[in-house]
Design a protein around this ligand. Structure first.
Ligand code: GTP
Ligand code: MG
Length: 195
């Protein structure tokens, strides 16, 4: 898979179903705790900074953002979960929008769940993974910020995530860094196999 960075564009920031675009392309959704590195991941895969906004304040993304990736597939950035400072009302609204998208969208072929490689998965991470499995949504786990971990310890950290999430054998987990681009080729392969 080769992406032309100049052919990547946001289609829409949707707040409701009626706004989901009809592109005829497969969609790959992205879920993860706020600040885990979703926007950075999108930018790395697309080969261009500034496709998705990178926030210094967590919890900034509050819409479903659809990105046309070189007319090959559509990335759908799902707002970060588990941001403590969200109000109860905001959390409920988050749930409805995500649930209806993730469980009802035919075009969505897989969900990339991003988890910070430095730490064991949080309860929110585990809940999200269980949710995806319950609805039989294919999951690709991307363990982010691998550049922050010594190379010799990466496999150990991957093992912790595998165990704590109780990953099933068919589930893929890829340590990844938006800074060093570690395993970017594996990410392309994985996406190409799902769309
Ligand atoms: P929200 O949209 O707020 O939910 O955050 P996000 O998940 O989109 O995270 P974002 O890409 O904005 O990154 C959050 C912070 O982590 C930023 O300061 C990034 O520069 C940093 N970051 C993201 N990915 C990496 C990575 O692979 N390595 C390192 N070292 N830092 C990263
Ligand atoms: Mg973001």
């Amino acid at each position: 898979m080769k992406i032309n960075p100049n052919q990547v564009d946001i289609i829409i920031s949707a707040v409701s179903k009626e706004q989901y675009p009809e592109t005829g392309l497969s969609e790959i959704s992205l879920a993860g705790r706020s600040n885990v590195g979703k926007s950075s991941f999108i930018n790395a895969v697309c080969g261009r900074k500034g496709v998705a906004r990178i926030s210094s304040k967590p919890g900034k993304t509050i819409t479903l953002n659809f990105y046309d990736v070189d007319n090959q597939f559509v990335f759908v950035d799902v707002p970060g979960y588990g941001y403590a400072k969200q109000s109860k009302k905001e959390r409920e609204k988050w749930g409805e929008m995500i649930e209806s998208y993730l469980t009802g969208r035919k075009e969505m072929k897989a969900c990339i769940q991003l988890i910070d490689l430095r730490h064991p998965p949080t309860n929110d991470d585990i809940q999200m993974y269980d949710f995806l499995k319950y609805y039989e949504i294919p999951v690709i786990v991307i363990a982010t910020k691998s550049d922050k971990i010594a190379k010799s310890r990466i496999e150990k950290h991957v093992g912790v995530i595998r165990r704590e999430l109780r990953l099933e054998p068919e589930d893929v987990i890829i340590p990844f860094s938006s800074v060093s681009k570690q395993n970017l080729d594996r990410v392309y392969e994985e996406i190409a196999g799902r769309i």
